[in-house]
Design a binder for this molecule. Structure first.
Ligand SMILES: [Zn+2]
Length: 304
């Protein structure tokens, strides 16, 4: 469960021993094989393995290859090799979303039985036209074409999520509340017949017993939808979420792959050691805004 090396600068090692500790059963590290491992993945891995250690959770390695168009076997193999080189060893997996279609089809059947899944032929321009006509963004529930009442077969499938909001206590952000239908009902299958990210991760986290989700803050806005979708699929208690900050350069600007020099392969090629790569990612991720244990006692405890 524990990576072989010290993973983080001093700021990451602080803890508040007087607060109650969160326990969790399982978390996951879940890269998509649509490119090589980069420093953003490494920062995420530092957080995943750190919070796994602190909560007693096992780490599942899940390869998220639901997007058949963009995923490549060569990237898949390279992700595994770079992770091993860095010293991040998962307790379970790797499992791939492409290993078994069954769970997604079963989840779709369940939504259909509850009349919660529907075909939709709205294009981007349907949404844009609605927004132009009404001088605001589409806000749901549903979609602007009223597809739920039209009994379409697809190609896109959406899940009726209803309105309102979801609240959760984020381990690293603090208390959060977000509107569920801020962009209408979310697609669960896309135009190419692929299960969407939102749908596949919710199905996977549920069936794989993941009760701690550790990921970058760019996915904070996807959380309310995923909590609601999980409820639709019968999950009574949502996972605990921990959204960590994203990589920044020395001037505080967000680093992305487009900035170059963030690929683990490139850094290996120029002679950096695994520890140096980990230190670089930890430094770019910056000190945590909040210590996780500050929130650990707040209604999110999973007693193991
Ligand atoms: Zn529609």
């Amino acid at each position: 469960m524990t990576p072989a090396r010290t993973m983080a600068p001093d700021a990451h090692a602080r803890s508040a021993p007087s607060t109650p500790r969160l326990t969790a059963h399982r978390t996951r590290f879940a890269p998509a094989p649509t490119g090589y491992l980069h420093l953003g993945h490494v920062a995420n891995a530092i957080w995943v393995w750190r919070l796994a250690r602190e909560t007693g959770a096992r780490v599942l390695l899940r390869i998220e290859d639901h997007d058949r168009k963009r995923c490549r076997p060569a990237y898949d193999a390279a992700l595994l090799e770079d992770l091993e080189w860095l010293g991040f060893v998962a307790d379970d997996g790797p499992v791939r979303q492409s290993d078994d279609e069954g769970p997604y089809a079963a989840a779709l059947d369940q939504l259909r039985r509850e009349d919660a899944a529907y075909g939709c032929d709205c294009s981007r321009s349907t949404f844009e036209k609605w927004a132009d006509d009404h001088a605001r963004r589409w806000h749901g529930p549903g979609c602007p074409g009223g597809c739920r009442d039209r009994a379409l077969d697809g190609p896109v499938l959406r899940v009726a999520l209803g309105g309102g909001s979801e609240a959760w206590m984020d381990l690293l952000v603090g208390p959060c509340t977000d509107e569920v239908a801020a962009d209408g009902d979310v697609p669960i299958r896309d135009r190419d017949g692929n299960w969407t990210y939102a749908f596949s991760v919710v199905v996977d986290d549920l069936r794989q017993g993941v009760d701690l989700v550790v990921r970058g803050r760019d996915l904070l806005a996807a959380t309310a939808v995923q909590i609601r979708l999980a409820r639709r699929l019968g999950r009574t208690s949502p996972p605990t979420f921990a959204h960590h900050s994203l990589l920044r350069d020395a001037d505080g600007r967000r680093l992305s792959k487009a900035d170059g020099a963030t690929g683990v392969r490139e850094l290996r090629t120029v002679g950096m050691t695994a520890q140096e790569v980990i230190d670089l990612a930890a430094a770019a991720a910056g000190p945590p805004d909040l210590e996780p244990n500050e929130h650990a006692g707040f209604g999110v405890s999973h007693q193991g």
